[in-house]
Design a protein around this ligand. Structure first.
Ligand SMILES: [Zn+2]
Length: 104
């Protein structure tokens, strides 16, 4: 049985740590006010002046949010949601039974 996946890039531990620690909200400041948006929002609207602000970069640099976007895209496939549900459940149980293992 061939378990080799293609493409098979090296995934640095630093990237995994960045994914695990991504905050659930992003703080944006405009007009002297701070407000929060999703870390995945590309734009935010200032609640005071109504201007649309870009909250993510479109540079050639890949951000950790781009990794999530790729996963979300993958999750749009038929059948992916069930695989994700099962993996999340196993991950939750493993974390409870083996807290030192963390996510696996
Ligand atoms: Zn504003």
């Amino acid at each position: 049985m061939n378990l080799k996946r293609y493409p098979d890039p090296e995934v640095p531990e630093e990237l995994l740590d960045a994914i695990r620690s991504l905050p659930l909200k992003r703080e944006v400041e405009h007009c002297g006010q701070r407000f929060v948006v999703s870390p995945f929002d590309i734009y935010a609207t200032c609640p005071k002046c109504g201007i649309q602000l870009k909250t993510r970069s479109f540079s050639a640099t890949t951000e950790v949010e781009d990794v999530f976007d790729a996963v979300f895209e993958w999750m749009n496939q038929p059948g992916a949601a069930e695989l994700v549900r099962k993996r999340k459940e196993l991950s939750k149980r493993t974390k409870i039974e083996h807290p030192k293992w963390g996510y696996c």
